[in-house]
Design a protein around this ligand. Structure first.
Ligand code: TYD
Ligand code: MG
Length: 464
């Protein structure tokens, strides 16, 4: 049998070369060549000729879309409700899930808990650990109170060995913790390199599809915030979940950013306890810090993550900066902050050009929706003036470059949640005002609709 040959492929143009080069010989991109294996195909009769396709015979039958039965996937609930919620109901046979997050956030803990629960439900489970020894995994299990678990554990990093065990054992669900520690003999590059990560994930994905084993790959997030390898894994797998949260706080969010079997942007909420992760079924108020009295620079907003509203406190600090003022945001988009400051200056006449501006979404949540704009602006003006917003105050709404306040999707749900949690004053986009007779009163919440940024700022000044 011919031996697999190592080639180098350019990540940018896809061109190949038999030798590694710092610069792609085809497109000239730097540092884009990665190692991959070329499996010899032998002398195929269907080999594409460069000059003619006429000798090709079709080997795959075609089916009309209408003749294919739309079967829903069988899902196996993991027994952890919050995880099932982001998975779209549970693990799918042959489905591949990538779960990413910072080190220490709780990926291994969550997956060990999930495997234990699946195993108790009668499924065959395998936990492959490349980072810890069996004894360390056992210690964690003890801490979780599941030390009598029948989950099979394998401490191994060689891809070929793992594939042969998977093929032989045929577990229902296998966890690979983590994909960055795995390596294939076929490549010379080090474990964790883009080539290795991609090769290992591709083999495991193929194995999952061929055998129906559900595979969960754990991936570390790099400093730039991407899963190792320039997003190479995300397109290969069926589901991508991200674990987020502040390791200093107990709460963790798990977010689906891609899901071929369910909705995206759904979140699951967990609390890290002494005995592992516990689902939080009613999470709307956990990201509020508890100030006994309102403080300047703080504004609560209602964000909608998937199907559930979450109340999150946005904090801002505006302070004398000098010649090169800094703009820093944690949990919010920095470019958007710069844009909002420009809108604030142009349309409301509030200038922070010579000040440092810091904004933070409390609790380590990341808010990507523009509905946070109004709360960001109001917390900035509050900090600038040193005056707190009124007690029980919330705001949400997108702000445009022309200074207009645009409606947020599903405003009624957001208002309902704020009312339920006892908030008393809301400033929201006019288009999000509840219709009908009970115009401005909504279960104890007084609602003000605004159309412009300056209107919102003046209104808040009048309230406080
Ligand atoms: P871990 O699952 O090892 O994180 P990851 O696999 O994402 O790197 O989680 C480790 C952290 O969680 C560690 O700091 C200890 C903490 N922890 C608890 O607080 N309670 C527990 O029951 C367990 C097992 C871990
Ligand atoms: Mg781990």
């Amino acid at each position: 049998m011919a031996k697999d040959k190592t080639i180098f492929t350019c990540n940018d143009c896809g061109g190949t070369s038999s030798k590694w080069a710092g610069k792609c010989p085809h497109c000239g991109a730097w540092n884009s060549m990665v190692e991959s294996t070329l499996v010899p195909t032998g002398e195929s009769k269907n080999r594409l000729s460069q000059t003619t396709y006429s000798g090709l015979t079709p080997t795959t039958a075609l089916v009309a879309l209408s003749d294919i039965e739309a079967a829903d996937f069988d899902r196996t609930p993991t027994g952890l409700d919050e995880l099932d919620r982001v998975l779209g109901g549970g693990m799918v046979e042959g489905g591949v899930v990538l779960i990413g997050g910072d080190p220490g956030i709780g990926k291994s803990t969550l997956l060990l808990q999930a495997l234990d629960s699946l195993q108790r439900a009668g499924l065959k489970t395998l936990y492959v650990t490349g980072e810890e020894s069996g004894a360390q995994v056992a210690l964690r299990a003890k801490r979780l109170g599941i030390n009598n678990s029948r989950v099979q554990v394998m401490a191994e990093i060689g891809l070929e060995k793992i594939l042969s065990v998977l093929n032989h054992e045929q577990p229902n669900i296998a966890v690979i913790d983590s994909i960055q520690t795995m390596y294939s003999d076929q490549l010379t590059s080090a474990p964790g390199s883009v080539a290795q990560v991609r090769e290992c994930a591709a083999h495991l994905t193929r194995m999952a599809k061929a055998t129906g084993i559900g595979v969960v790959l754990v991936g570390h997030v790099t400093k730039e915030g991407a899963l190792a390898g320039p997003r190479v894994l995300e397109h290969m797998v069926d589901t991508v979940l991200y674990f987020e949260g502040d390791t200093h706080s107990n709460f963790r969010l798990i977010r689906a950013i891609k899901n071929r079997f369910g909705a995206v942007n759904e979140i699951g909420v967990f609390a890290m306890t002494e005995k592992g992760l516990k689902g939080v079924s009613n999470p709307s108020a956990i990201f509020l810090s508890t100030h006994p009295e309102p403080v300047p620079g703080s504004c609560v907003m209602v964000t909608l993550e998937g199907t559930r509203p979450l109340l999150v406190e946005i904090q801002a600090l505006v302070d004398g900066g000098g010649n090169s003022p800094r703009r820093l945001s944690v949990g919010l988009d920095r470019d958007r902050l710069a844009m909002l400051l420009a809108v604030l200056h142009r349309h409301a006449g509030v200038a922070c050009a010579d000040q440092d501006v810091f904004v933070n979404a409390v609790g380590g949540v990341r808010i990507s929706e523009p509905a946070a704009d109004l709360a960001v602006l109001l917390s900035i003006t509050s900090s600038l003036r040193g005056k707190p917003l009124p007690k029980g105050f919330i705001a949400f709404g997108e702000v445009g470059l022309a200074g207009e306040v645009r409606p947020a999707p599903r405003g009624q749900e957001r208002l309902k949640e704020a009312a339920k949690l006892g908030f008393s004053v809301a400033v929201v986009p006019k288009a999000n005002m509840p219709k009908g007779a009970a115009k401005k009163e909504f279960e104890g919440l007084t609602i003000h609709g605004v159309e412009r940024v300056e209107e919102a700022i003046n209104l808040v000044r009048g309230l406080g």
